[in-house]
Design a protein around this ligand. Structure first.
Ligand SMILES: Cc1cc2nc3c(=O)[nH]c(=O)nc-3n(C[C@H](O)[C@H](O)[C@H](O)COP(=O)(O)OP(=O)(O)OC[C@H]3O[C@@H](n4cnc5c(N)ncnc54)[C@H](O)[C@@H]3O)c2cc1C
Length: 404
C-alpha cells in the first residue's frame, strides 16, 4: 500500500474514532430516551455532530460528509430524537445554503435554531409564471438605503404557514439577462407585508401556500451572496433539494416499498403476474437504495453535483408506481379515503396514513423539487454531455423577454 493511502486510511479511522467518542459524550450529557428534543439537538449541534462536514462552531467538525451516516446510525440506535422531520426544507436546503454563502453573523444566528427545529424554514422560489424556469421569476427587490423593498408573489411554498424564515430569490436587475439579475435573501416570514394563504392538494391537506409580498423590507445584511449572484446561490439550494428528496437511504425493504410489502401480505391470494410486479418494484427500490449509498459515499464535499438528479428522478417514478400497485392490491377498498377530506394545514410534509393517501400524495413527487422532465434535461446535458435545450432568452435582458 502506498504511504499516502496508509496516511489517508489512518486519518479516516482517527476521524471515525473522534466522531464515535463525541456521540458517546452526547448520549452521556443528554440521555436520549425521553429527552427534550430541543435540548438534545442543541447539544448535538454544539458538539459538531449536526452536520460533521460543516466548520467547527457551525454545527460541524470540518470532516468528510460520509461520517454523518455513522453519527445518525449511532444516535438512532440509542433512541435519540430525529433531527430533520419537522423542518425538511431547513435541514435539506436552508442549512447547506447558509453555510456555503452566509456571513459569519448569519451562520451564528440561523444554523442552531434551524437544526433544533425551533425555527422552521421555507423555500420561496416558484412563482405563477416561473416554476421549471425559476430563473425567469418576476418578484422584485428594490434597494432603499440599507434595506431592500420586496413586492411580488410566490406559489407552492411548502410549510410557509409554520415558517419563521424563508429563502427568497427576487429580481434586482431587470435589465440583465435572467440568470444574472437575481439576488438571494433570508426573509422574516413574520415581517409586515408578508401574507401566507393556503393551497389545498388532492389529499385534502394544504402543505403548501401562496405567499404575497407587499412592500416587505429586508435589511441588506440578510442578503445571501452578492447582488446579482442569486442564481449561483440558488443552485446550492436546488442541488441539495434533489438529494434531500431523492437521496434517502432507508433500511433494505423499508420505506415506501416496505408499505407495499405489508399491503401484499394482508391481501390476496395473488396470481403470479402480481407477484412479479411486486418483485420488480422491490428490486427497483433496492437498486435506488444502493445507488444512493454509492452516491453518498462518493461525495467528498457537502453540495452534491448534477448527478443528484438520478435519485430524485428514480424516487419520483418509483413512488408513483409503488403506490399505484398498492392501491390495485386493495381492490375496491382502494377507492375509500379513510381519513376523509379534512382540509388541514399540517405541521410537516408528505405524511401519509393510508394507501389511498400515499397514492394521491405521490403524484406530486415528479413535480416538487423539479419535474421528472427537468431532471432528465439536467442528466442529459450536465452528466451525459448531450446537446442543450434550445434557450432563446438566455442572453436577452430579462425585461425584454415576452411573458404572459
Ligand atoms: C408538493 C409540492 C411542493 C412544492 N414546494 C415548493 C416549495 O416549497 N418552494 C418552491 O419554490 N416551489 C415548490 N414547488 C413548486 C415546484 O418546484 C414546481 O411546481 C416545479 O418546479 C414545476 O414548475 P411549474 O409547476 O411552474 O410547472 P411548469 O414549469 O409550468 O411545467 C409544466 C410542465 O412542462 C414541463 N416542462 C417545463 N419546462 C420544460 C423543459 N424545458 N423541457 C421539458 N419539459 C418541460 C414540466 O416538466 C411540466 O410537466 C412545489 C411543488 C409541489 C407539487
Amino acid at each position: 500500500m502506498a504511504i499516502t493511502e496508509t496516511v489517508r486510511s489512518d486519518a479516516r479511522s482517527d476521524d471515525e474514532a473522534r466522531v464515535l467518542e463525541l456521540c458517546e459524550k452526547l448520549l452521556a450529557d443528554v440521555p436520549p430516551r425521553g429527552a427534550d428534543p430541543v435540548e438534545f439537538l442543541g447539544r448535538q449541534f454544539d458538539l459538531g455532530l449536526a452536520w460533521v462536514h460543516f466548520p467547527e462552531g457551525n454545527g460541524g467538525l470540518g470532516l468528510s460528509p460520509k461520517l454523518q451516516k455513522l453519527v445518525n446510525e449511532t444516535l438512532a440506535r440509542a433512541g435519540a430524537p430525529r433531527a430533520g422531520g419537522l423542518n425538511p426544507i431547513g435541514h435539506g436546503m436552508g442549512a447547506p445554503t447558509i453555510v456555503t454563502h452566509g456571513s459569519d453573523a448569519q451562520k451564528q444566528r440561523y444554523l442552531r435554531p434551524l437544526f433544533t427545529n425551533e425555527e422552521i424554514w421555507c423555500q420561496l422560489f416558484s412563482e405563477p409564471g416561473a416554476g421549471s424556469d425559476v430563473a425567469g421569476l418576476s418578484s422584485r427587490a428594490v434597494r432603499d438605503g440599507d434595506e431592500w423593498v420586496v413586492n411580488g408573489q410566490k406559489v407552492w411554498t411548502t410549510l410557509a404557514h409554520v415558517s419563521r424564515f424563508g429563502m427568497l430569490v427576487a429580481r434586482t436587475d431587470p435589465d440583465a439577462p435572467k440568470h444574472k439579475g437575481m439576488t438571494y435573501f433570508v426573509v422574516d416570514m413574520q415581517a409586515p407585508g408578508v401574507e401566507v394563504r393556503p393551497l389545498y392538494q388532492i389529499t385534502g391537506e394544504a402543505e403548501f401556500n401562496e405567499v404575497y409580498f407587499t412592500d416587505v423590507r429586508i435589511p441588506d445584511a440578510e442578503r445571501l451572496g452578492d447582488v446579482g449572484e442569486g442564481w449561483r446561490v440558488s443552485l446550492t439550494t436546488l442541488m441539495n433539494e434533489r438529494v434531500s428528496i431523492g437521496g434517502q437511504i432507508p433500511p433494505r425493504g423499508a420505506g415506501f416499498v416496505g408499505e407495499l410489502m405489508k399491503v401484499y401480505a394482508t391481501t390476496g391470494p395473488h396470481d403470479l403476474a402480481t407477484r412479479e410486479r411486486v418483485m420488480r418494484l422491490w428490486t427497483r427500490a433496492e437498486v435506488l437504495r444502493l445507488t444512493n449509498i454509492r452516491a453518498s459515499q462518493n461525495r467528498s464535499h457537502g453540495t452534491p453535483g448534477p448527478e443528484g438528479s438520478i435519485g430524485k428522478l428514480a424516487m419520483a417514478e418509483l413512488h408513483k408506481d409503488i403506490s399505484e400497485c398498492a392501491l390495485d392490491l386493495l381492490g375496491a377498498e382502494g377507492m375509500l379515503f379513510p381519513t376523509g377530506y379534512p382540509m388541514e394545514r399540517p405541521q410537516t410534509t408528505a405524511l401519509w396514513s393510508s394507501t389511498p393517501q400515499a397514492f394521491l400524495r405521490s403524484r406530486a413527487n415528479s413535480i416538487e423539487g423539479g419535474t421528472t422532465e427537468i431532471m432528465k434535461n439536467i442528466l442529459g446535458e450536465r452528466v451525459l454531455g448531450l446537446p442543450g435545450d434550445i434557450r432563446t432568452d438566455k442572453d436577452r435582458p430579462w425585461i425584454e423577454v415576452p411573458r404572459s
